[in-house]
Design a protein around this ligand. Structure first.
Ligand code: ADP
Length: 673
């Protein structure tokens, strides 16, 4: 038993001059409360009140008001579609449960009729009023969708209209509650409901003048207006904050897009973020999970705040940093003087004291779970800063952007290194092609001629045979060396070499290099070699095998370019607190001043490869430079000019803080070439 006709339609049909208006739900709530207040104000004598709620849940919000209203009148009817326990009953007032399919479930009615007062609200919810409001963004907190629901209908204090509305609703009440016929009849008689004389067309003065105090009504409406205005204000503030946040994220993303220089991007990020959040300090620095310390690279400062840019920042004994690493998320401290994590740590207490950090936020910069850096915010003034969720979200968003920027810069830097390696490889390849013609073809054709002669002339005298064989063997040895040096150099240049740094004594490396020289120079007698290493040389840190290689090559060169009666001196001194300088000096043919640098070029040989007598590939010094650069040292040549002898110097880092006796770990294996 449900009724599909709308009370509003029925009313408009019987009073065609009425023009329905649009009302938002918030306005209807205000009007309804004002109308109810009028009854509660006790100025009306036993009025008739009919209220119809779309759903039980809407009624429940108002139930307590209706219990109070029931003390003012025994003619109160409340209609609603039941959901849980709403049912027909007559306890404090008359409850009328209508079918959920009844057109009433789309409508909102309130009618109040007294002897000298009448007002009514007859409305129907506009279809789609909720879906339209879905466009309101989710983050906008104050404009909830419900208050934006729309209704169309009539709100009036015209007695005739109110009486008609009461009649329509009472008719419907009797359908659901026929047991109320007598009570309804009493109300109709008292207020002349159903009596056509009562109805006064527009313009005709109502028979009952309204002399009611309307103050509560006005007050209620003003309160609602204020509340709505306040909500609107809040919503605008939230929109403005959101817009500022978007601008900030945008400006940092733009900086990232425009620049591949991470320094610039991080500086902009620190500046904008610090400024936006009004922080005393905003720090951004690079750090990995296992780092013991970090250098504070980027800083934003509020005027008057002490700068800590460039300082080393403790990470290892920093429980806040460790918490960030362990949980992979930011940590914030509202009041550092009352936070156990800070007060129980000596490191943090010192920082707090020294740099006046009162409120603290440490946010990780992560990329795929890997820690790349940290964003820190410090507030130094009182009262301590209360962190808002919005701020934390913002810092997290910025940290994500920074992560992307750092990865982008890292990828770009890797690309540059790869490019350089590719270029080096390409140069080496071109050089290889260039020397094949000379260096490789010459010995190869000699070998070929010798072997052909041996094969085709069986009558060749034995002595000549031996000469041919020796020549072929010499040239194949020269080719082997060339190929070996070439491979070593290209491995060094393309970074395909593994370094095994260890603590070494120089003496032991020199000894090894000299013993290698002796095994090679079996025929010619080398010039005299003297070793003059300073006493108490500290331990050095380098890859032992490669260090012996450098020494052997330099000594080898010195022997090649110095006559037998000359002198070769190997000396070493500590030249700074970080490096030992090793010198291999000879009294040989010397180097012209303008050649001191080019001798390190690949394939450089003063007399050109074809005319050379001393052997060698022209790659030795280039290999030495690659090796020395590999441990962060330098290598250079000195000479007073032709026949004035040469000195080759190179540096090796010292083992920091080590005074222990040397425990050389040089692998005693044969020479590399
Ligand atoms: P090479 O295999 O020709 O010795 P290096 O790269 O070792 O190749 O040396 C390049 C060139 O530098 C040599 O050919 C020579 O002209 C010059 N050079 C190297 N060491 C000395 C030295 N001790 N005295 C004079 N010239 C040298």
């Amino acid at each position: 038993m449900s009724i599909s006709t709308s009370v509003l339609s029925d009313l408009l049909q019987s009073l065609p001059y009425l023009r329905p208006q649009l009302y938002f739900k918030a306005s209807l709530t205000a009007l309804s409360h004002a109308m109810e207040d009028q009854v509660l104000a006790a100025t009306l004598d036993q009025p008739l009140v009919i209220a119809s709620f779309q759903r039980e849940r809407f009624y429940r919000q108002e139930a307590h008001r209706y219990q109070r209203l029931a003390q003012r009148s025994n003619q109160i009817y409340v209609l609603s579609a039941p959901e849980t326990d709403f049912a027909n009953s007559s306890e404090y007032y008359e409850k009328v449960a209508f079918e959920p399919e009844d057109a009433l479930s789309q409508e909102w009615h309130l009618v109040v009729i007294a002897d000298n007062y009448a007002t009514c609200l007859v409305c129907r919810e506009s279809l789609g009023s909720i879906t339209k409001n879905r466009q309101v963004p989710e983050w906008l907190p104050s404009l909830d969708m419900d208050t934006g629901r729309r209704f169309e209908g009539i709100w009036t204090s015209e007695r005739g209209v109110s009486i008609k509305a009461a009649q329509l609703l009472l008719d419907r009440i009797l359908v659901y509650r026929p047991d109320l016929a007598q009570k309804v009849e009493r109300a109709c008689q008292r207020f002349g409901i159903g009596d056509s004389k009562i109805y006064s067309p527009p313009g005709v003065i109502a028979e009952y003048a309204c002399d009611i105090d309307t103050d509560p009504f006005v007050q209620r409406l003003v309160t609602y207006l204020q509340a709505s205005q306040y909500k609107l204000h809040k919503a605008y503030r939230s929109i403005a904050a959101q817009a500022r946040k978007e601008r900030l994220v945008n400006s940092i993303s733009t900086a990232i897009r425009r620049s591949l220089d991470p320094h610039q991007v991080l500086q902009i990020a620190a500046q904008e973020l610090g400024q936006h959040l009004g922080a005393s300090r905003c720090l951004i620095y690079r750090a990995q999970a296992s780092d013991a310390q970090a250098t504070l690279e980027h800083e934003f400062l509020m005027p008057g705040v002490v700068s800590i840019c460039g300082q080393n920042w403790e990470l290892k004994n920093n429980p806040l940093f460790q918490a960030v690493v362990d949980h992979g998320e930011g940590v914030c401290v509202s009041d550092s003087l009352n936070d156990f994590r800070v007060t129980s740590s000596v490191t943090l207490s010192l920082i707090v004291k020294k740099f006046a950090v009162r409120s603290w936020l440490i946010e990780p910069v992560l990329f795929q779970g890997r820690l790349l850096g940290i964003v820190e915010l410090h507030y130094c003034s009182l009262p301590p800063h209360q962190w808002q969720q919005g701020e934390l979200d913002l810092v997290e968003a910025i940290a994500t952007q920074i992560g992307a920027a750092l990865i982008q810069a890292e990828a770009y830097a890797n690309l540059e290194v790869l490019n350089q390696q590719l270029e080096a490889l390409d140069r080496t390849r071109s050089n290889l092609i260039a020397i094949t013609g000379h260096e490789l073809r010459t010995p190869l054709s000699t070998i070929q001629v010798c072997l052909e002669s041996l094969a085709t002339e069986p009558d060749m005298p034995l002595e000549l045979r031996q000469v041919m064989l020796n020549t072929a063997l010499d040239d194949s040895e020269r080719m082997r060396k060339l190929v070996q040096d070439f491979l070593t150099l290209s491995n060094l240049e393309s970074g395909r070499v593994e370094w095994h740094p260890e603590s070494l004594t120089l003496q032991e490396c020199v000894d090894l290099a000299l013993s290698r020289l002796k095994t090679r120079t079996t025929t010619e007698k080398p010039p005299q070699i003297k070793t003059q290493l300073a006493e108490n040389l500290p331990l050095i840190r380098a890859d032992g095998d490669w260090l012996v290689e450098v020494l052997a090559k330099l000594i080898d060169n010195a022997c090649k370019f110095t006559p037998m009666q000359g002198l070769i001196t190997i000396s070493a001194n500590q030249n700074s607190d970080r490096m030992v300088e090793v010198t291999v000096a000879d009294t040989g043919r010397g180097i012209e001043p303008n050649r001191l640098e080019v001798v390190f070029d690949r394939f450089y040989q003063e007399e050109g490869a074809l005319r050379r007598t001393a052997g060698g590939t022209g790659l030795g010094l280039a290999i030495c430079r690659q090796i020395v650069n590999g441990w962060g040292g330098a290598i250079w040549a000195d000479s007073n000019g032709k026949d004035q002898g040469s000195q080759f110097h190179f540096t090796v880092p010292i083992v920091q803080g080590s005074q222990e006796e040397s425990r050389s770990k040089v692998k005693r294996r044969g020479s590399r070439d």
